[in-house]
Design a protein around this ligand. Structure first.
Ligand SMILES: Cc1cc2nc3c(=O)[nH]c(=O)nc-3n(C[C@H](O)[C@H](O)[C@H](O)COP(=O)(O)OP(=O)(O)OC[C@H]3O[C@@H](n4cnc5c(N)ncnc54)[C@H](O)[C@@H]3O)c2cc1C
Length: 597
């Protein structure tokens, strides 16, 4: 069988915020660029981003990048690399203004400047009080962002392969990346995309959990492909649970609601966050708010007949503010919770939202792996940006609106690195290995020939329930230990799933089966990395990590101030140091401290 080969300078997998920003950079530089996406670009999960994108423009309240850097390092519970964080917060104003020039319709102040709202963990003067840092287009910021960048890419001649699913990474014997195999979803045919540079921008994998704010397509494909190709995954134990998913539905209610003045209340109507975070209250960082909510629920102060959620109250805001600043939220809460937030509070629970870990990269977007004695050696021809990557700017906990910023900054910088490499060192394509498509063809053949297997749905559900129970908002030593065994069993079951419909044309069952392979890699990485990390940090909080003078709130800097690296092969773990050194010599490192809000 001959497999069609498409040759490009650059292949980008993913057309969300990160993929589109990277594509723009390389296409505008004249490189021949293909962007593959499972869905039409503007349907990528970035479209669902509501609240905003962080930049210290200081349009509403005084602000500067030093404060943003401090907030981000503290938000990460010191696990973020300070060189990458400095790079990101310093670039923020540039990439946001650039986006505005691309045509992004930001909300405006009367002065004509970009509107900015407060968000959790973002502060003035090193934690003193909330700051207005999140640039917003009502509560549809991601939607506006994707449309602006998609149109710009059309102008730049980026070639889109829409409804194409990348299956596996192609590496040669030097370990260099030469592109991907991909399935055209309409025909079920496998093709090869042969590239000088490959950028992964495949987004998150929130679908490993049972309750998630993530789109159904967020199945961690890039992360799974990288893991299968021998690339380690970094810090996968850290998952963000967003405090305000609609109870029972999982749909997100943006933190922008609290930015606009929304208050969380328990069954007796108490504003309980005053007890947990006296300074920033409802605008403390997400991990802190989520744990406070679960504590209220666990201690019997939850709302509703089953006392299983709390309430998000904005009834004190004027209907005009709600209609102008939060129109989408009002619609969501009427549709999914059956309440009009102008009149009654919205029932909410913490819901899986964001993966802090991913494919290890530096701030240039190059994928980096350990080699010999070196911990961070770039993989030839391989780049990653956005939620699938771990730069690492979010460390153990991401601040709200820092992700859209991450997409812009690292989408752009990965594109810049590719341009620098390919223009600075013009060369022909490296030859494809003879077996370039073998892994993908074998996966598909396995599905075609499988008999007496379980359904994909059953195995996926088992995975999601295992993750929810064993690696949730709070983590327990015995549950994690059992979780490792459970998830390994589920992974075995995933090897023999069966699809009844073997047809090729638009076979969504086959797509879901192939996605499950990726979800399983992510789930294993998460559980195994989490079980191994014997401390509490950011979103990873264990019952057996005690609050002592040496280990404040269970955080153990002496033993655990390091990044996890998980290898799929043999579920092997390795570690590498956190970079506490900022990028510039004249910028001071943010010193380790106990994290309080
Ligand atoms: C409901 C919600 C609200 C959010 N609100 C905010 C917010 O207000 N501010 C903020 O900063 N962050 C927010 N976030 C987080 C942020 O939106 C995401 O982290 C970010 O949009 C991810 O962007 P991305 O470009 O990395 O991936 P995505 O936008 O998820 O795009 C992934 C792309 O990869 C493609 N893809 C995936 N697998 C394959 C494959 N195998 N083959 C081909 N293509 C593939 C998809 O088709 C898609 O085009 C929110 C997240 C959610 C879920």
């Amino acid at each position: 069988m001959t497999i069609p080969v498409h040759k490009y300078d650059v292949v980008i997998v993913g057309a969300g915020g990160a993929g589109l920003r990277a594509a723009l950079q390389v296409s505008e530089a004249g490189l021949k660029t293909a962007v593959l996406s499972k869905v039409f670009p503007t349907r990528s999960h970035t479209v669902a981003a509501q609240g905003g994108v962080a930049a210290s423009l200081g349009n509403v309240t005084e602000d500067n990048w030093h404060w943003h850097m401090y907030d981000t390092v503290k938000g990460s519970d010191w696990l973020g690399d300070q060189d990458a964080i400095e790079f990101m917060v310093k670039k923020a104003n540039e990439v946001v203004v650039e986006l505005e020039h691309f045509g992004m319709p930001f909300d405006r102040l009367d002065s004509g400047k970009i509107y900015q709202r407060p968000f959790g963990g973002h502060s003035q003067n090193y934690g003193e009080k909330p700051v207005n840092r999140s640039c917003a287009a009502a509560d549809r910021t991601g939607h506006a962002m994707l449309h602006a960048m998609y149109q710009r890419n059309v102008k730049a001649n980026t070639q889109f392969f829409v409804e194409w699913m990348a299956l596996d990474l192609i590496r040669d014997e030097d370990g260099d990346v030469l592109g991907v195999t991909a399935m055209e979803m309409e025909t079920g045919e496998v093709h090869i995309f042969h590239a000088k540079a490959t950028i992964f921008a495949t987004g998150g994998a929130g679908r490993i959990y049972y309750s998630s704010t993530n789109a159904f397509i967020n199945t961690g494909d890039g992360v799974g492909m990288a893991a299968r190709a021998g690339i380690p995954l970094e810090d996968m134990e850290f998952w963000q649970f967003h405090p305000t998913g609609v109870a029972g539905a999982g749909v997100l209610i943006t933190e922008g609601v609290r930015g606009e003045g929304g208050i969380l209340r328990n069954a007796s109507g108490e504003r309980f966050m005053e007890r947990y975070a006296p300074n920033l209250k409802d605008l403390a960082s997400r991990d802190v708010v989520s744990r406070s909510m679960v504590t209220e629920i666990n201690e019997g102060r939850g709302c509703g007949p089953d006392k299983d959620h709390v309430l998000l109250d904005i009834t004190h805001l004027s209907p005009e503010t709600i209609m102008k600043r939060l129109p989408g939220i009002r619609e969501i809460s009427i549709q999914f919770a059956g309440v009009d937030p102008i009149k009654a509070p919205i029932p909410v629970v913490p819901t899986c939202h964001y993966q802090m870990g991913g494919i290890p990269t530096n701030y240039k977007g190059q994928v980096i792996v350990p080699k010999g004695d070196e911990k961070s050696v770039p993989v030839g021809g391989f780049y990653a940006a956005g939620e699938c990557a771990c730069a690492s700017v979010h460390g153990a906990n991401r601040l709200g609106t820092n992700s859209l910023l991450d997409l812009l900054v690292f989408g752009k910088s990965s594109g810049e690195s590719v341009v620098e490499d390919l223009k600075g060192n013009p060369r022909a394509h490296k030859p494809l290995p003879a077996n370039a498509a073998d892994v993908s063809l074998a996966r598909i053949a396995r599905l075609d020939n499988q008999k007496n297997g379980e359904s994909v749905h059953e195995v996926r559900l088992a995975m999601q329930r295992t993750m929810q129970k064993h690696a949730g908002v709070f983590r327990f030593n015995d549950l994690l230990k059992a979780g490792v065994e459970e998830i390994k069993k589920v992974a075995e079951r995933a090897k023999t799933t069966e699809i009844k419909d073997k047809s090729k044309v638009w076979n969504t069952a086959r797509t879901e089966a192939l996605e499950l392979d990726n979800l399983i890699e992510v789930a294993k990485a998460t559980m195994i990395s989490a079980e191994a990390r014997k401390e509490s940090r950011g979103a990873h909080v264990r019952d057996d990590a005690l609050d002592t003078a040496e280990t404040p709130a269970g955080r153990d800097d002496k033993n655990w101030l390091k990044h996890t690296l998980w290898y799929s092969e043999g579920n092997r773990l390795d570690y590498k140091p956190v970079n506490l050194q900022p990028m510039s010599a004249d910028v001071e490192s943010i010193a380790l401290a106990k994290r309080t809000y």
